[in-house]
Design a protein around this ligand. Structure first.
Ligand code: AKG
Ligand code: FE2
Length: 353
């Protein structure tokens, strides 16, 4: 077993277990009914899918989808381009290294809860430029733009990323429509939040790790946005905290499936009907692993709060409203400043019962 930098070593409580429990229970949902021409004229065709999505969002906060309509050549292209990019020498990748000023691009010092993640990433904004608050300070009304930074090599990288993101956007918005229906709301209930969206995409590369029992590819965390659409390769490593008993459950890679999870914003909109669930990624000592996370996020000026339709006198709002842009920039800042404080979380906006 090799030595690793202590910055990567997880607290004993957070270290991965060496035996793996596979997720029999994570629902696999066949989306073919929504992609059939009948679904336009016959809403009944999608009722079953809507029910399955509702129960997966309640029971797990996670599910996988197949027959999702995403063009697979777009996925193959971005996977190939990502392998070529991350195989470049470090000094080449660091030409587009993220910092406090340019928050997008390549990064190799990611931390989750102040422990280093065993991974390299490439971050991009899907809508460019992304309009965001200049600082997390609530009094500061200044806005700024985030621009993408593209590597010179491989030359096809940018197009592969952009075309893939466009393809996933269709799926992500369709899923938000189905989620709305599953909450008894009109299909377009969430649409307005995604005009001027701050959606991001992260290409993750997890190199082989000499001490996979001490480190994590990404430590336990919840996604802040509305919903994440994750493509993971055949190596596997994603684990989800099971709601019923807190056990870490491996999400078995399923060929051509996407893993979908509820983000914090959707938890708040649903007033806790759905939950954003903790997840993490294990690494291994032999194989490289790649994943691509598309995080659908609202416009920076969205005020996130429980939807009126889902609250009543008997079931009052569980959260006070918060501004999405300030929440997101606060998280980015703690990342760079390496502040020894907990990241901002939705429980900070929770109203006492
Ligand atoms: O790579 C994975 O399986 C998980 C990545 C993830 O959770 C994230 O990027 O937010
Ligand atoms: Fe995540």
């Amino acid at each position: 077993m090799g030595e690793i930098d202590p910055a990567f070593i997880q607290d004993p409580d957070h270290r991965p277990k060496l035996f793996i429990i596979e997720a029999e229970g994570i629902p696999l949902i066949d989306l073919s009914p929504i992609n059939s021409p009948d679904s336009i004229t016959d809403p009944k065709a999608i009722e079953g899918v809507v029910r399955e999505i509702g129960s997966a969002c309640k029971g797990w906060g996670f599910f996988q989808v197949i027959n999702h309509g995403v063009q697979l050549d777009k996925l193959r292209n971005i996977e190939t381009a990502a392998r070529k990019f991350f195989a470049l020498p470090l000094e080449e990748k660091r030409k587009i290294r993220r910092d406090e000023k340019s928050v997008l691009g390549y990064y190799d010092c990611e931390r989750t809860k102040n422990v280093r993640d065993w991974k390299e990433v490439f971050d991009l904004t899907v809508e460019e430029p992304a309009l965001v608050p200049a600082s997390p300070d609530p009094e500061d009304k200044e806005e700024t733009e985030w621009h993408n930074r593209w590597p010179e090599h491989p030359p096809e990288y940018r197009e592969a990323c952009e075309e893939y993101a466009q393809e996933i956007e269709k799926l992500a918005l369709k899923l938000m429509g189905l989620v709305a229906l599953s909450l008894g709301l009109p299909e377009n209930k969430f649409s307005r939040y995604f005009k001027d969206q701050t959606t991001s995409m992260t290409l993750n590369y997890y190199p082989p790790c000499p001490s996979p029992q001490l480190a994590l590819g990404v430590g336990p965390h919840k996604d802040g946005g509305a919903l994440t659409v994750l493509a993971q390769d055949e190596v596997g490593g994603l684990e989800v905290k099971r709601k019923t008993d807190g056990e870490w459950i491996r999400v078995k890679p399923t060929p051509n499936a996407y893993v979908i999870n509820v983000g914090d914003s959707l938890q708040v909109w649903s007033n806790d009907i759905y939950h954003s669930v903790e997840h993490r990624a294990m690494v291994n000592s032999e194989k490289k692993r790649f994943s691509i996370a598309y995080s659908l996020k609202p416009s920076h000026y969205t005020l996130i709060k429980p939807l009126e339709e889902l609250i009543s006198e008997e079931n009052p709002a569980k959260y006070r409203p918060y501004n999405w842009g300030k929440f997101m920039t606060h998280r980015k800042l703690t990342n760079f400043k390496k502040l020894n404080v907990e990241n901002i979380q939705i429980h900070h906006f929770r109203l006492s019962e």
